[in-house]
Each structure stands twice: as C-alpha cells, then as structure tokens.
Design a protein around this ligand. Structure first.
Ligand code: ZN
Length: 359
C-alpha cells in the first residue's frame, strides 16, 4: 500500500515509565503497552522514578519489575547522583544498562548534580564503550561539552530546546566531539504560547520555548544536527496536574509517531529522515539492533488525538484536539504481531531486556 510507512524497529530512547513507588501514575505493563500502541518496538527508561536507579539494588528491582511486566523490549539507564555513586558501581552495573544519565539542571527527583567536579568524576568513571545521556540546558551545555572534550565518553544531549543550545552542539559536532542530539515532539509542535491554554498540562522540563527556538529545532533536523526524536514520556495524573504544585512532565509515547507522520504529510520532513530519527539513529547511538521481522506499519490516515484513544495510565495528552495523520496499524516483534491497531497481543513479561539478558 502506497499510503503506509514501515519503520524497522522504532526505539524511544527517553521515557519515564511508571510503576514501583509511582504505580498510581501507571504501571510497567500499562506504559509499555502504550509504547506498543504508539508504534515502538522498544523503550529506554530513565532512572528518576522512585526508587531511583542509583545502586545495584534499585537497578535489580526495576529490571525484575520490567522482566515480569513489560510487553515491549526495554533497557534502563543508571542514574548518577551527587553522592558520586558511579565510581564504585560501574563495573557491576554497566553491562545491564543502556547508559548513565546525568541530571545537570533542575528536574523531577533528587538526582540534580550542580557542580562540575562531581560531573567530572562520573565522566572519569564511566567507560567510553558505553554512553552518557545528559539533561543540560542553556549554559550547562558548554559545561558538559568541556567534559566530553576531556573524557571522550559518547554523550547524548537529551531534549534540546533552544536555538542557542543547537548552535553549541552544531559547533561541537563540527569539532569532531562524540555528541548526539535529541529533541522532543512537544518542543517541535508546541511553544510557550500554548502554556496559556494548557496550563499545567503544558509544563515539563525543559519548558516550552519560543517560535524562533522551535524553528531552530526543525532547521537542525533538516541539517542533521538533530539525531533523534525522543518522547520524554513522563505521565502524571490529572489530579496531580490540577494540584497547587503540579509536577513537570507530559506523556508522549502514543503521539510522537503520528505527529512526525503529520510533518511528513505536510512535507516538513521526509519519510527517510523520520525513520532515521525514530529508529536507525537511536539503534546506532544506543548500540542495539531489532531482531528479524521487527517493524511497525503506520497507515497515513487522519485522526484527532483524544483522551478516549490513549492507553497511558494518565489518560490525557498535551496534543488533545490536534488533527494528525498516521495511525499505527501493526507492530511486529521477532515475527510475532504484538499490536493489531486495536489490541496489544503481547503478554506481560514478553518484552525482552536489550542489555544484559534476563533480569
Ligand atoms: Zn526526561
């Protein structure tokens, strides 16, 4: 069929699954089902959901939960902490994780590392054969680039959101530093003007930016400075979002591919580039390959993003009401159809660990 797009092993390298201490927001089973329904073969889970993934014990807890419940393939990040935990734990954990995550600007949880000396110790301890993913905004980007220059650990810059950050990273790539760049669908399709309408449902870290910043992200996709589109899926309940101190974060697993397909339909993006951004580059950067017969079929048909269509435990989306193009019709993993456009057909625990075998 000419009006379908086939993606070989879509990988979202930036999600915050729910479960464990935050099971009221969602579960490993439910959010990985949302990943399959969103068209993804696999997801890489961030370390700041409590209990935070900062020790071999909490890593084992999370891996056991995913091994029992996940319906898509998965990997998890280890989280660097201010307590300088990686030097001692790296040999034990590095083969069981997709990489080390360092939070260098304010975010959810208690993993903020504010000082350059602690960051440098993490960089010194983590092997160049793996990779570090960083939350770094504005001037912090330059601080991290200094560490990449010194230690040469491949570094993925998550959810880059401003024109200024893109300028820094373009220069770093031109200088030959081992850096890659991710952007999110909310920064590509929403701006700070949307916060007036969305309120807390439009708040996340990094915050939504200006139209000029958004244009810079699209230019950087076209020029190749951006490597990956990552959802930064971070659902919170509507009650939490309505509270006096709403947590930052929005869901994204089920809306990223339709939004990008809409950009393809609108000729802002080629199909080839989209497949690089959501499958080929994430696979290369994070060192994994989908098994044979692992692919997603998307039909280029219009629909409106609505609460009733979402599987994520939080039940809402910042993109509600948007008309998009591109319905996920089938997801196949290793020759088995795991999503048929309506139902998730994979059972709990059928998702495989991408790093270090069974938990
Ligand atoms: Zn995140």
């Amino acid at each position: 069929m000419a009006n379908t797009i086939k993606i070989p092993g879509a990988l979202d390298p930036h999600v915050h699954l729910r479960g464990m201490d935050w099971s009221h927001k969602g579960t490993f089973a439910g959010e990985t089902a949302a990943a399959l329904a969103g068209g993804y073969w696999a997801v890489l889970d961030m370390p700041n959901t409590p209990p935070e993934t900062t020790s071999p014990q909490t890593l084992a807890t999370k891996r056991a939960g995913l091994a029992a419940q996940a319906v898509c393939d998965w990997g998890v990040y280890f989280g660097g902490s201010q307590a300088d935990n990686t030097a001692a734990y790296t040999p034990e954990v590095v083969s069981r994780v997709c990489g080390l995550k360092l939070y260098n600007n304010a975010t959810t949880g208690a993993l903020l590392i504010g000082d350059q000396a602690t960051r440098a110790r993490h960089y010194a301890a983590w092997p160049r054969t793996s990779r570090i993913a960083v939350h770094a905004e504005s001037e912090t980007v330059a601080d991290i680039l200094e560490l990449v220059r010194a230690h040469r650990v491949p570094t993925h810059f998550c959810h880059i959101s401003t024109a200024e950050e893109i300028r820094h990273l373009r220069a770093a790539k031109e200088a030959g530093l081992p850096v890659t760049v991710g952007v999110t669908p909310h920064h590509l399709f929403l701006t700070e003007a949307d916060v007036a309408v969305l309120g807390a449902l439009g708040r996340m870290k990094p915050e939504l930016k200006t139209l000029a910043d958004q244009d810079a992200l699209w230019d950087a996709i076209a020029s190749g400075v951006v490597d990956v589109v990552e959802s930064d899926h971070a659902p919170h309940t509507l009650a939490e979002k309505a509270s006096d101190r709403p947590p930052a974060g929005v869901p994204g697993l089920e809306t990223t591919l339709p939004l990008l397909c809409t950009a393809v339909h609108d000729m802002r993006l080629t199909v080839e580039r989209m497949i690089e951004l959501v499958a080929l580059r994430p696979q290369q950067i994070f060192g994994v390959r989908p098994g044979p017969e692992t692919y997603t079929v998307i039909e280029m048909t219009p629909f409106t993003i609505e609460r009733a269509n979402l599987r994520t435990g939080c039940g809402w989306s910042p993109f509600e009401g948007m008309s998009v193009m591109g319905k996920v019709r089938e997801v196949w993993v290793r020759g088995r159809r795991v999503f048929d456009g309506e139902r998730v057909l994979a059972g709990p625990g059928s998702g495989q660990s991408l790093y270090g075998g069974a938990a």
